[in-house]
Design a protein around this ligand. Structure first.
Ligand code: AHM
Ligand code: MG
Length: 337
């Protein structure tokens, strides 16, 4: 008989939970709720051109950026899913200046806090280009039963319990790690389930793709400019010149580079002296996934996950991807600034 062996996200979570005899299922419930929220947001994105959901909401978020209607929708859906999981006691989101504390009795007993970018790359929505969601899970450090504080969210990336992203592309995928490898699940729309499709993902040690907003080139530091020129030079003994691919959605650019090998860069520049990406809910989660798949994430000098955040929306220059490529850009930065 032909076998149709499907592992759904929930099957996988339960299977993994069994590997930890001390686990009581709290973490599994949290992940399950993230998966449900991802389906809701994915479904709304699919209908975006039909429903009155495209375009600006008319507000400016904490980053001084226009909020899109889908930004707000995704933020609300993920926040309520996390609350209803009963395992999360607070959320930090790109869309909100301050942390959201859950004060319901059941939530105060939760062990976990979540940092998220509910809709990354949202300037791509109106033009039908892939966007994503990024999430990062930590154990709270404040006492169980109390209301969480900013300190709970300002932990180093190395303290992450899990991290993941959802890519709303030609198919919807959820990719996550709990610090024990990286696995990817593709949403089967006919089943309404995320099914295991990419087991133990490994990022190639090198690749031939580089992703950066080259419109900012003249404002980049010299080391980065020289590295970009290096990417463009011909060298028959390697795959240079590399191919330039930039979607303008970190999740999508990262996902492609994870599968094929490549580097994503958002350096400092005169326009963005600290880069543009946010350490807590964009850089750290992608860094954990990068490292867990064999890749690397750096601010040009330091390992991203070892930077202690001072504030929720702190920005950092960011270089993430195949280990040899990130090592090389670090060399250029060390030599040339
Ligand atoms: P967002 O979270 O507000 O969408 O901003 C983050 C995004 C990244 O996904 C993307 O790589 C970058 O900003 C694009 O910025 P730019 O248009 O400056 O290249
Ligand atoms: Mg973002």
């Amino acid at each position: 008989m032909k076998s149709y062996n499907i592992t759904t996200l929930d099957d996988f979570i339960i299977k993994r939970q069994k590997d930890y005899p001390e686990a009581k299922g709290e973490f599994s419930r949290l992940l399950h709720h993230i998966g449900t929220a991802a389906k809701m947001v994915g479904s709304k994105i699919r209908k975006a051109g039909l429903a009155d959901i495209l375009g600006r909401a008319g507000n400016i978020n904490v980053q001084g950026e226009d909020q899109q209607k889908l930004d707000i929708y995704a933020d609300e859906v993920f926040t309520s899913a996390l609350l209803s999981s009963g395992e999360c006691c607070g959320v930090a989101s790109e869309e909100n200046q301050n942390i959201i504390t859950f004060t319901h009795e059941f939530a105060l007993k939760g062990k976990y806090i979540v940092c998220m970018d509910p809709l990354d790359g949202s300037s791509n929505i109106d033009v039908n280009v892939s966007v994503g969601t990024i999430f990062s899970i930590y154990r709270r450090i404040s006492e169980k039963g109390s209301v969480v504080t900013d300190e709970d969210f300002l932990q180093k990336g190395t303290d992450q319990v899990a991290a993941g992203y959802i890519i709303y592309g030609s198919s919807t995928m959820l990719v996550y790690t709990t610090g024990n490898g990286v696995n990817g699940f593709t949403l089967d729309p006919s089943l309404g389930e995320f099914c295991l499709s990419h087991t133990d993902l490994k990022m190639p040690a090198s690749g031939s793709l580089y992703s950066v907003n080259e419109g900012n080139y003249i404002k980049f530091p010299d080391g980065v400019k020289k590295y970009i020129k290096y990417c463009q030079e011909r060298d028959p003994s390697t795959s240079r010149p590399y191919v330039s691919r930039y979607i303008g959605s970190l999740v999508s650019d990262f996902h492609r580079n994870l599968l094929k090998g490549g580097i994503y860069m958002y350096p400092s520049s005169e326009i963005y002296p600290r880069g543009k990406l946010r350490l807590v809910y964009e850089c750290n989660p992608m860094a954990l996934i990068a490292e867990q798949s064999g890749g690397k994430a750096s601010d040009g000098y330091n390992r991203i996950m070892e930077i202690k955040p001072d504030s929720l929306h702190q920005k950092t220059p960011y270089f993430v991807g195949s280990v040899e490529m990130v090592n090389r850009v670090e060399e250029f930065i060390r030599l040339n600034g």
